[in-house]
Design a protein around this ligand. Structure first.
Ligand code: NAD
Length: 479
């Protein structure tokens, strides 16, 4: 059983009161107006623009995230999402006409997007700014009020958000509750109209269970072991560069980072050398000295990652420092792929999500063997295929399942606002980004209007005379 963690009484009262206030404000209708929504999004952009240095400093303190990386993957990414949403929101919200079948005509059918109410956003620590604000953009864009719970494991970003969000955004609509398990547990006791959770599957299950009590819909943005297939005819230097970048950015603490590489025995040495060369190009001979290389978020995760190092042969990197929670970009040779259905090979590095800068290279005999290996495991959040032939790319798209796929690229699929971002199976449920966010946080309400004139509805109403029965008979036959 999961132990129940009690929050201090004052904080508990704070949570209850916060949700009540968010609900009362939603009931006023103030958040439904599209101008209000657009103004909130503009205010969020202003918050980021005017406080860029503060956010960058907080990210550096929490994760040793370099300012330039932070601009690309956190601030810039959120600002891009805001701009995209502001540009298209009116169109997304326009009621959509839907055609009606002849038997129901004349009538007018529409889909009207209505906000759900009060939304809870629970964020993780690895992209603590982006993964708190990106869902909030959708929640506000859809016209909801929101309670946001940033990650306690990125305390500096959490504190800046708690200070600035209510200052820039309408404080009656957007609330920040800081804290960890106790506060989140208390939040989860409350009734929300949607819960948007990003993090591990373990906590995702706790969230889903709590949501079930209130029949609250959930979006679960989880993780998993995202594989890479590196084919014999793949572009070596190009693939190595993109794999190294996607894997070791943020010291590997990215939900869609490549978790491990599958390739044939002949390619292992060349790929290892090429990825190593790209690491050196990006972060230098000693990444520990690079201002652009991250650190592991806490001692627990650092120790967990060091444990993996003993489960293979370190072919590149491996240097580490407990005091600064440094772990160099590391390539681990782990040999032949174990049979995923047997647990004879008990190596954690092959079964757990790594979520750090260790890239195992796993050997298989063929692309089909890689497909079988992937299919024997849980459905990943992302899958990456580096291959020279369209047929190989197609094989992986058609024969495996994943939240998203990158072909000859990794990481970037999450940066296309027109593509939904989310998992499938063990990697999550639901999706967001751009229009998909607005859909996630809205109810698409069907509305049907029918004039009294030209009314053929009587056919479906008793008494059922013989000719009505004949029509019903025809209606119930297949075409
Ligand atoms: P986590 O599940 O430990 O924590 C996430 C959030 O849950 C935090 O806000 C935390 O306070 C809260 N939480 C933790 N324990 C809780 C409990 N017992 N009850 C209630 N709430 C609790 O996740 P994490 O370590 O921050 O993130 C790592 C995982 O998240 C990885 O699996 C990664 O792949 C996944 N992830 C997914 C995405 C995505 O977009 N799909 C993005 C980032 C991370």
């Amino acid at each position: 059983m999961t132990p129940v963690v009690e929050a201090p009484a004052a904080r508990v009262a704070g949570v209850v009161e916060t949700v009540e206030r968010a609900r009362a404000y939603f009931a006023t209708g103030a958040t439904r107006g599209i101008d209000w929504r657009l103004a909130q999004l503009a205010a969020m952009a202003a918050m980021l623009g005017e406080n860029r240095a503060r956010f960058e400093e907080a990210l550096r303190r929490d994760l040793h995230k370099g300012a330039t990386e932070a601009r690309f993957t956190e601030l810039g990414s959120v600002l891009g999402e805001i701009a995209h949403t502001r540009r298209h929101l009116r169109r997304w919200l326009r009621p959509r006409r839907v055609s009606v079948p002849i038997g129901i005509a004349p009538a007018r059918a529409r889909l009207v997007a209505e906000p759900l109410g009060v939304v809870l956003v629970i964020a993780p620590w690895n992209y603590p700014l982006q993964l708190t604000l990106a869902p909030l953009i959708g929640a506000i864009g859809a016209g909801n009020t929101a309670v946001v719970k940033p990650s306690e494991l990125a305390p500096h970003v959490s504190a800046v958000l708690a200070e600035l969000l209510p200052r820039y955004l309408d404080p009656r609509a957007v609330y920040v509750i800081e804290g960890g398990v106790a506060e989140t547990t208390e939040l989860l006791r409350q009734r929300f109209d949607h819960i948007f959770y990003t993090g591990s599957g373990r906590v995702g299950r706790i969230v889903a269970r709590a949501a079930a009590e209130h029949l609250t819909p959930v979006t679960l943005e989880l993780g998993g072991k995202s594989p890479v297939w590196f084919d014999d005819d793949a572009h070596l230097a190009g693939a190595a560069r993109r794999i190294a970048w996607a894997k070791f950015t943020n010291a590997g603490q990215t939900c869609i980072a490549p978790d491990y590489v599958l390739t044939t025995p002949d390619r292992v040495a060349a790929l290892t050398a090429a990825i190593g060369a790209e690491v050196t190009r990006m972060w230098g001979e000693e990444p520990a000295r690079s201002p652009d290389y991250g650190r592991i978020v806490n001692d627990h995760h650092h120790a967990r990652l060091l444990g993996y190092l003993a489960e293979g042969e370190i072919a590149f990197g491996g240097q580490h420092d407990v005091a600064t929670r440094y772990l160099a970009p590391t390539i681990l040779h782990v040999g032949q792929a174990p049979d995923a259905r047997s647990d004879e090979d008990g190596r954690a590095v092959l079964t757990e999500e790594i979520f750090g800068p260790i890239l195992p290279i796993v050997v298989v005999d063929s692309a089909q063997a890689a497909v079988d290996h992937i299919n024997a495991g849980e459905k990943p959040l992302a899958m990456y295929v580096f291959a020279g032939s369209a047929a190989t790319h197609e094989l992986f798209v058609a024969a495996t399942s994943a939240g998203g796929v990158g072909q000859d690229v990794a990481f970037l699929q999450a940066g296309v606002p027109g593509l939904p971002f989310g998992g499938v199976g063990e990697s999550g449920m639901g999706a967001y980004h751009g229009e998909y966010s607005v859909r996630t946080f809205s109810h698409l309400k069907p509305v049907l209007r029918k004039p009294y004139a030209l009314d053929a509805l009587g056919v479906t109403m008793p008494p059922f005379t013989p000719w009505k029965r004949r029509i019903a008979d025809r209606f119930s036959r297949s075409a």
